[in-house]
Structures are given as structure tokens and as C-alpha cells.
Design a protein around this ligand. Structure first.
Ligand code: ADP
Ligand code: MG
Length: 472
């Protein structure tokens, strides 16, 4: 048996108005080649200028990943030739990246794990290429878009841990509002390094790098099939060659791209056009204050303090907007479990049915809290609550307005219920006799009461009072 060792290099496009080193718009999905400047095209004499917003977002991410922030940043040139790189080099960070020595906590099958971050650095995205039979198309809109690359230590030990890390990382991007992090738009993609080692080995095995995987499900599949391939090689007495491979989704197989011998020498050197940038402590502290409570911190509050089950807690923290909504409800009504049940149940069902996000819906935290309060006070029952919720989400009307419009208010007042029961028993003296003779008429009488009140009598109060009256 072998132990799996995985290290990830995750690239994610950052939110910003303009590109990382030019004033062209950061708008990849606009009309192709409409957001391109001479700087992006690498024309002679160009001078790049660092985008402060991109640096700010990178520092925010680095802090959220518990990284150390350097006193100053440098930008280096990574030299290589490829059609997607018009300058012949990519501006990246090599000597003084924006964050080092951090960690991100993940939870897999109920167990916490610290994923160590080697570094996170700011660079520029490349041109996107579409390949056809005998030609390729280039879209320079993506060229120069700010890209944050996060490199983990080789400390992940399964495909599930790798995916949990990627999901955690995407949550951090979303909670810090630094990226849309949409893998379907290629905004977050990763290189996966995989090796195997004997259980008792002290040194890591030879790694294979699988390049540029877009979706998290493909990351999982690629790791599983690469682990199977390496296991087979080792079991048959072979050795793993250090190489770069690519993963083919349709064949569910990895293929050699290049071996270590063809490794590219990037000849890194500091970009002479970009002076080092001093990072002031005050600025870092200001950015730190803008970081909201992150998903995993909220997850542990919900599960440990509120007693929410992990599945529901996960559903709530997945999107910051949902989690903020939930917390606003809890602040209005101290019923965290009930609120979680309604939110992850009926509210989500309604949102999914109509493909709405929580902020697009007419429901506000106050409306949901008011509805649940009416139920806990016994004004309406749970079944009526569902009906009111649906109407609330359709119309945006407050719960109490709908309850009276629908004539739903429950009768929970003991003396009122007692009066109704006395009247019914007065008209049905035979039922009292039957009851005293041990006949099973209790349910039948409850039915009469419900009929009489149009189903509005609170069932718990009704049975209590009825029992008292019959036993008199
Ligand atoms: P390189 O010099 O080939 O770029 P690095 O040491 O910089 O290698 O690591 C690149 C990535 O590969 C990191 O994410 C790291 O965690 C991962 N990695 C390094 N060694 C291994 C290994 N033996 N098995 C799996 N992943 C590894
Ligand atoms: Mg790399």
C-alpha cells in the first residue's frame, strides 16, 4: 500500500476594473479582443504600471489564508515563448511574493486538517486560445488579467482532501469578495502534483504534475486515475518518471506532455520597469479589518454553538449571502435550529424552483423571523407556516398580514378553547358517557372541535383541555 501525496498550484482571476499592469478593462467575456492595450500586446517601449486594487485583493486573500505579508513586493519576469504570451515573458512574483507560510483549515469526514500554503503570488493571466482543425483563435481580453497563484505544500493525502481545499479556497475568494471564482468560466483552475510513497518511507516519492484542470470534479477524477496509474507502475517494479501530464476528461486518463529533461528554464529576473513596492503596516491592517468572518469559522459556530447538523451548516455557509441572511434572522429571533430548518428546507426549495438567489427573492430576514415567531407562539401551525412562506416569497407581504388575509390565526387561548369544548360536550352528552365507559371517542371529539373552529384550534392546547373537561 502507498500513501498518496498531493500539492496544488491554484490560479484564480481577481476582481478589478482594469488589468494587472495596463488600463485595459478586466472583462474577459466581452466581445473578443475588445479589451486590449499596447501594454498587454507587448509593443516596444511599453511601461507596465501595477494595479493597486489587484495588490489590495491579493493582500486580502493572503491574510485570509493566514500568510505572512512581506515588507515590500517585487515583480519578476518569467521568460518563455508561447503564442498566448505576446511579451515573451509573464510578469509574476518570484523573490518576494505577496504571502508566504500560511494555512487554510479544511474538514473532511468530520476531521479538521491544516493545509499549509507555501506562498501566494500575483501575476498576469495569458491570452486564451481556441483551437480548431487547422487554425487557432486568440482572445487577448484575458491577457494581463490579474491572477493570484496559490501554492500548497505537498501535504494533501487524498482526492477528497484536494477537493475540500479547493472548495474552501473558493469560499475564501467569495467571502473576501476578491474574485467571482467561477470554474465554469475558467476563472479558477489548477495544476495538480501527485506522488506516492511507501507507508513507512521518510522521503517523498517522485511527483507528476497534471496541468491546468478546470473543474473540481475533474481534479478528483484526475487524481484517482493518476494514483491508479502510479500504483500499477510501482507494483510492477517500475519507477515513476518526473514529468508533466495532461488529463483527458472523456478518456479519464492522463497523458505525457513533457518530461523533466524538457523542463523549461524560465530565467527569472526582476522586471526593471517595476520598482519594488513598499507595503505599509497601516494598509495591511486596514485590509485585515475588511475581512468578514469566513465560512469555516461560521461553520464551527453553527455546529458547535447552535447545534446545527454539519450538512445544513454546510448548505448555509456555502454562500456568504445565505450565511449573512441566516445570521440576520438569528439576530432577530433566537431560534437558530428552527431558522436553519426553514432556510435550508422550504426557503431553498422555493429558491431552487424559481432559480432565484436569496438576494433576488422578496424574502427578508425579518419576514422569515416573523413567520417563525408566529409558529413558536402557536399563532399558526407548521403546515400553515409553509403556505404563508410561499405567499410571502410570491408577494413580499409580511407574515402577519398574510395570516390575517388568509384568516389563519390559530386559537391557542385556553379559556376560549374551553368555551368551545364545553359547548360541544353540552350538545353531545352521549359522548361523555361513551368516554367514561372506556369507548375510544377522544379523536372523534377532537375532530368535532376542529370542524367547529375551521381547523384553527391549537391541537396541543385542545387535547389538554379536552382531557381535563372529560375527566371532570
Ligand atoms: P517545482 O520545483 O517542480 O515547481 P515545487 O517544489 O516548487 O516543485 O512544488 C510545486 C508543487 O508541487 C507544490 O504544490 C508542491 O506542494 C508540489 N510537490 C512538490 N513535491 C511533491 C511531491 N513529492 N508529491 C506531490 N506534490 C509535490
Ligand atoms: Mg508553478
Amino acid at each position: 500500500m502507498y500513501k498518496t501525496v498531493i500539492g496544488l498550484e491554484v490560479h484564480c482571476e481577481l476582481k478589478s476594473n482594469s488589468k494587472n499592469f495596463s488600463s485595459a478593462r478586466n472583462g474577459f467575456s466581452d466581445i473578443p479582443n475588445s479589451n486590449v492595450s499596447v501594454v498587454d500586446m507587448g509593443m516596444p517601449g511599453i511601461l507596465p504600471v501595477v494595479n493597486k486594487e489587484a495588490v489590495r485583493n491579493s493582500i486580502k486573500m493572503a491574510l485570509a489564508m493566514n500568510c505572512e505579508i512581506p515588507k515590500y513586493l517585487t515583480f519578476e519576469r518569467k521568460n518563455y515563448f508561447y503564442p498566448d504570451l505576446p511579451k515573451g515573458y509573464q510578469i509574476t512574483q518570484f523573490k518576494h511574493p505577496i504571502g508566504t507560510n500560511g494555512y487554510v483549515m479544511i474538514n473532511v469526514n468530520g476531521e479538521d486538517k491544516k493545509v499549509l500554503i507555501h506562498d501566494t503570488h500575483l501575476e498576469e493571466d495569458t491570452t486564451s486560445m481556441d483551437h480548431y482543425n487547422d487554425y487557432s483563435l486568440l482572445d487577448y481580453n484575458r491577457c494581463g488579467v490579474p491572477l493570484l497563484e496559490t501554492v500548497t505544500e505537498p501535504c494533501l493525502n487524498s482526492a477528497d482532501e484536494a477537493v475540500a481545499f479547493l472548495e474552501g479556497l473558493r469560499s475564501i475568494f467569495l467571502y473576501t469578495d476578491t474574485s467571482y471564482a467561477r470554474s465554469d468560466k475558467g476563472q479558477i483552475r489548477c495544476d495538480v502534483n501527485v506522488s506516492l510513497m511507501k507507508e513507512d518511507a521518510t522521503e517523498l516519492g517522485t511527483k507528476v504534475e497534471i496541468k491546468n484542470i478546470n473543474s473540481f470534479s475533474s481534479v478528483k477524477a484526475a487524481i484517482l486515475c493518476e494514483v491508479a496509474r502510479q500504483t500499477e507502475v510501482l507494483n510492477s517494479g517500475g519507477i515513476i518518471l518526473q514529468e508533466t501530464r495532461r488529463y483527458d476528461e472523456t478518456l479519464n486518463q492522463t497523458f505525457t506532455m513533457r518530461s523533466k529533461e524538457d523542463a523549461i528554464d524560465y530565467r527569472y529576473f526582476t522586471d526593471p520597469n517595476l520598482p519594488p513596492i513598499k507595503i505599509e503596516d497601516d494598509w495591511v491592517n486596514e485590509i485585515k479589518r475588511e475581512i468578514p468572518k469566513l465560512h469555516n469559522e461560521r461553520f464551527s459556530t453553527y455546529t458547535k454553538e447552535y447545534g446545527i447538523n454539519p450538512k445544513d451548516a454546510n448548505t448555509i455557509v456555502r454562500e456568504k449571502k445565505v450565511s449573512d441572511f441566516y445570521e440576520a434572522c438569528v439576530a432577530l429571533l433566537n431560534e437558530p435550529v428552527l431558522i436553519s430548518n426553514w432556510l435550508t428546507g422550504d426557503v431553498m426549495k422555493y429558491l431552487n424552483r424559481d432559480s432565484l438567489s436569496i438576494e433576488e427573492s422578496k424574502l427578508t430576514p425579518k419576514m422569515l423571523a416573523d413567520l417563525i415567531r408566529l409558529i413558536t407562539l402557536g399563532k399558526i401551525n407548521g403546515k400553515q407556516g409553509k403556505e404563508v412562506l410561499e405567499k410571502m416569497m410570491d408577494t413580499g407581504k409580511e407574515a402577519d398580514v398574510l395570516v390575517s388575509e388568509l384568516g389563519m390565526t390559530q386559537i391557542s387561548d385556553e379559556s376560549e378553547i374551553r368555551k368551545i369544548i364545553s359547548n360541544i360536550l353540552l350538545e353531545n352528552k352521549n359522548l361523555i358517557e361513551d368516554y367514561k365507559n372506556g369507548k375510544n371517542v377522544f379523536g372523534y371529539i377532537v375532530g368535532l372541535i376542529m370542524k367547529n373552529t375551521g381547523g384553527k384550534a391549537n391541537p396541543v392546547v385542545t387535547s389538554k383541555v379536552l382531557k381535563e373537561e372529560l375527566d371532570k
